[in-house]
Write a protein that binds this ligand. Structure first.
Ligand SMILES: Cc1cc2nc3c(=O)[nH]c(=O)nc-3n(C[C@H](O)[C@H](O)[C@H](O)COP(=O)(O)O)c2cc1C
Length: 179
């Protein structure tokens, strides 16, 4: 059982959540690789804001050739919520789509976003639909609010997300509470 945790983070919130998820899964004995989605250029806030308003615009990311989807039973994909779309994440999803046939047919994608406070529900549904249209099974999609990541209140939701992932991967996993 091997999981790929892939995330993009511009200001650190999605990275913070990703590291907590990684810790939780590793403590549960899951073998998990982490992949930081890094754009080929480091842009500042205003150019990213501008690009985030162009729907479905991809922006190239580094090191995708290092990934072999066939190695994984599941992918956890973490993204910030950006206006209409987050170009490096759009690019990563296109990569997943192009590699779909190399992946195990049972591969699942667990999705999460972090967000400031508006438009998150339709955004996560759109991302989920996008992945499903590429042929992926997306059984769990969660969201974590920036203010709650910063003040620590998000930890409960993050632990729940991890428990749901473990349950989905292996319903008899010893760390899963049946209650
Ligand atoms: C270009 C840009 C656009 C954003 N658009 C939204 C938005 O439409 N709705 C929202 O709730 N938050 C928005 N945010 C806030 C981020 O979603 C939020 O701060 C998130 O946690 C950032 O994750 P990160 O720290 O991993 O980059 C935006 C942030 C940026 C940089």
């Amino acid at each position: 059982m091997k999981i790929l945790l892939a995330y993009f983070s511009f200001t650190g919130n999605t990275e913070k959540v990703s590291k907590l998820i990684l810790k939780c899964l590793q403590e549960s004995g899951i073998n998990c690789d982490i992949f930081k989605i890094e754009p080929i250029l480091k842009l500042k806030y205003l150019p990213w804001l501008f690009l985030s308003f162009i729907p479905g615009l991809p922006f190239p990311v580094k090191n995708l050739k290092l990934l072999n989807l066939g190695n994984y039973d599941a992918i956890i994909l973490g993204s910030p919520k950006w206006s209409l779309s987050c170009p490096p994440v759009t690019y990563f999803i296109r990569f997943l789509k192009s590699e779909r046939l190399k992946a195990k047919s049972s591969l699942r994608i667990f999705l999460f976003i972090t967000y400031g406070g508006f438009g998150e529900d339709s955004y996560i549904q759109k991302l989920k639909k996008n992945l499903e249209e590429c042929g992926f099974n997306v059984p769990i999609a969660s969201k974590f609010k920036r203010s709650e990541i910063k003040d620590g209140k998000a930890i409960e939701g993050i632990n729940k997300f991890c428990s749901e992932i473990l349950l989905s991967l292996s319903p008899s996993h010893p760390n899963i509470s049946k209650s």
